[in-house]
Design a protein around this ligand. Structure first.
Ligand code: AMP
Length: 218
């Protein structure tokens, strides 16, 4: 099964698209951010190592994220279902490490989907307006998809929470880090003929049909 990477700035809609792809086609959604947040929440040794970096909007060290991804690539489920990686790789070092890990696991990267946008105001609104249900983890946005009842999840009624790194100063720092450390990957994958560029301003379902068509998913 195919392996895809979703590339793009924080707030660009990678997670939303990955969720739709999982629901529609059964692909695994592997979000390094989600995995690391869960480690922080459970206060594991890894969680304690990465908590401060994540809180500041900085990237956690390449070797720690590399180990997380290597463990996932070893799982059989990836071979059965294929996956969309969301939030990895994020640096050139990680991209090269990823090539090595894939080769060692006997896997290959099929395409890299770039959620392209330079509308910083919209990205900031998407990040600072994002709320996550503390119970079922559903995501909504106070500006773009407001909950029916303030502070309550539309799906389960659970309490809506803001991620610690979605405050405006930290969101701006994450966008700065993206431009500095992750944007060079656009060229890296363009040179390898793997890049598919999408307009991140499009709505979720529109993006889903464009990706499905471009990748030949059915
Ligand atoms: P995300 O949920 O993708 O926005 O990631 C949230 C935070 O997790 C980032 O700001 C980083 O601190 C950390 N993180 C997630 N993925 C990576 C990665 N591939 N490399 C380094 N740090 C990461």
């Amino acid at each position: 099964m195919a392996i895809y990477v979703l590339l793009g700035p924080p707030g660009g809609g990678k997670g939303t698209l990955a969720k739709l792809l999982r629901e529609r086609f059964g692909y695994l959604h592997i979000s390094t951010g989600d995995i690391l947040r869960e480690e922080v929440r459970r206060e594991t040794p890894l969680g304690r190592q990465v908590r401060d970096c994540m809180g500041r909007g900085a990237l956690v060290p390449d070797e720690l994220v590399g180990a997380v991804v290597a463990a996932r690539l070893a799982e059989d489920e990836i071979r059965r279902r294929g996956c969309f990686l969301d939030g990895f790789p994020r640096t050139l070092v990680q991209a090269r490490l990823f090539e090595r890990l894939l080769a060692e696991a006997g896997l290959a990267l099929d395409r890299v989907i770039l959620m392209a946008t330079d509308d910083v105001d919209r990205l900031i609104k998407r990040l600072t307006g994002r709320r996550v249900c503390g119970q079922c983890r559903a995501v909504c946005n106070l500006v773009y998809s407001p909950p029916r009842q303030p502070g309550r999840c539309d799906h389960c009624g659970g309490p809506l929470e803001q991620r610690g790194d979605d405050t405006e100063p930290t969101a701006r720092e994450r966008l700065r880090v993206y431009a500095e450390q992750t944007e060079p990957l656009v060229r890296f994958y363009e040179e390898r003929g793997l890049l598919l560029r999408l307009d991140a301003a499009r709505e979720g379902l529109e993006l889903l049909s464009e990706v499905s068509l471009a990748l030949g998913l059915s």
